[in-house]
Every structure is written in C-alpha cells, then in structure tokens.
Design a protein around this ligand. Structure first.
Ligand code: ADP
Ligand code: MG
Length: 250
C-alpha cells in the first residue's frame, strides 16, 4: 500500500491547558483532495498550524510521507513540500501578475536580482503554464493591485504551485468572493487536485459541494465524522453542531 501523504495520530495541542486539538486522528492518501469543515473554534486553523510546523503537538504525531514533522521548523517543513495558502492573499501588489510568478519561481533569490535578471526560456514556459492554469494569461502584465479579489486568490494559489509542493493547504479560499469567482477558484482547485494532494478548509457549503470528494468534520478539536458530501450533510451529529446552526442564519 502506498505511504500516506499525511498521517496524524492521537494529536493533542494544549494552550495553557485548553485543548484546541484533542486526540485527533486523521490520514490522507497521496493525490487526495480533502475538505475540512467545522464550526468556529473547532480547531481547523490549529490543525493547519501543526501540519506546517508553526505549532508543535503537545501529544501525538504528525507524519508527512512517513516523516515525523516534530523535529522540523516551519521553514524546513515548507522545503519538504508542504505549501500553505493563508486566508488573506500574500502577493506583491505593486508588481504585475507575471512578476509575482517570477518571484515565486525564485524564492531562494532576492527580489531585485529576480526582477532585473534575464529570465531563462524554461522559466518563461513554466510561468506561461502557471498563468494559463490560474486563468490569468490576459492579465499577466497588470499590476496585482488591480486584480479582483478572486483573481488575487488564484494568483496566490498559482504562486504556491510554482514551488512544486506535494501537499497544498488552503485556508478558506472563497471567503468574500462572488459566486462566479468562487466557482473559478473551485475549478482551479479541482484541476490542481489532478497532480497534488490538497487540504481545503472551508465554510461555504455550496463551494464544498462543488469540490468535495471526502469531507472531514472537526468539532471541539477532534474528528466528528468523515464521508462524502451527502453522508456528512445528512449526519445528524453534523446537522446539530454545524449545518443546523448555519441554516438558522440563512
Ligand atoms: P477554527 O480555525 O476552527 O475556528 P482555531 O484552530 O483557530 O479554530 O481555534 C481553536 C480553539 O483554540 C479556539 O477556541 C481558539 O480560541 C483556541 N486557540 C487557538 N490558538 C490559540 C492560542 N495561540 N492560544 C490560546 N488559544 C488558542
Ligand atoms: Mg480558522
């Protein structure tokens, strides 16, 4: 059997005695697209923090492709092949879409040498491919500041992909997007899922329906249930803690 891309055992993270994650078990196959949902405070962001090495387990283990991540710093975890997209885009607004990709392809070099150096033709091709993948070819030479919110999200996802991670972690990529932009981000993640393992944290149920194969529901720092969208949506425990409370607000 192939090695799991992620394998998390008995994970507990305590903050001054408060268990943000509580005896959590989780695993994912290589190439899987997994959506994680759960009410506010369920531990979703802490879950990503532990995978990226930002927060260390109090108890338990997190293994990436069989490697225990405990001894690695955040920077080392990124180099091992885990890329994280934060909620707010971290892009260079004063640079063009293309220049943002040039920098993403050259993370180890400094920004000035990247912008003033001659770009090798192979890298030009890589960047053309990235622009195509994220649907921003027509806006390659536009300043990133002028992109719509959804385009900025797609640009940042593309910048992560430029670093060829094996595992992509994406925290609430469609918060505040229009329906059309939400659908574009969904299609992009589905396309990327053909060649990457991806964890997406999301609240927007229509979006989850669009992209989800397997869904994991977190509640009070632990896994409440897992299944496909229909199974999770119809699980009475989920309706109680999450979907139910959301419907009341609609
Ligand atoms: P979610 O992303 O699902 O909304 P979080 O992972 O951000 O949940 O938080 C889970 C719980 O842990 C929350 O109750 C939060 O207040 C608490 N928490 C998160 N980070 C810290 C911290 N650094 N110190 C103390 N409590 C924290
Ligand atoms: Mg969060």
């Amino acid at each position: 059997m192939a090695e799991k891309i992620l394998e998390i055992n008995n994970l507990t993270v305590s903050f001054d005695g408060f268990k943000a994650l509580n005896n959590l078990n989780f695993s994912m196959e290589p190439g899987e697209l997994r959506v994680i949902i759960g009410p506010n405070g369920a531990g979703k962001t802490t879950f990503l923090d532990v995978i990226t090495g930002k927060t260390k387990p109090t108890i338990g283990t997190v293994a990436f492709k069989g490697k225990d991540l405990r001894k690695f710093s955040e920077h080392q975890v990124a180099l091992l092949g885990i890329g994280r997209k934060f909620q707010t885009p971290r892009i260079y607004l004063n640079l063009t879409t293309r220049e943002n990709f040039e920098i993403a392809c050259n993370r180890n070099k400094n920004i000035f040498s990247t912008l003033f150096a001659k770009i090798p033709s192979q890298e030009k091709q890589t960047i053309a491919g990235l622009l195509e993948t994220v649907g921003l070819t027509a806006k390659a030479d536009m300043k990133a500041a002028l992109l719509s919110h959804g385009e900025k999200q797609r640009l940042e996802i593309g910048m992560l992909v430029a670093q060829s991670p094996d595992l992509l972690l994406v925290d609430e990529p469609v918060a505040g997007l229009t329906d059309e932009e939400t659908e574009n981000v969904g299609s992009l993640l589905l396309a990327l899922a053909e060649s990457h393992s991806i964890v997406v944290i999301e609240h927007d149920m229509e979006f989850v329906r669009q992209i989800a194969k397997q869904v994991t529901v977190l509640h009070e720092g632990t896994v409440l249930c897992e299944g496909n969208f229909e199974e999770v949506q119809n699980d009475p425990r989920v309706i109680e803690v999450y979907l139910g409370s959301q419907e009341e607000h609609e």
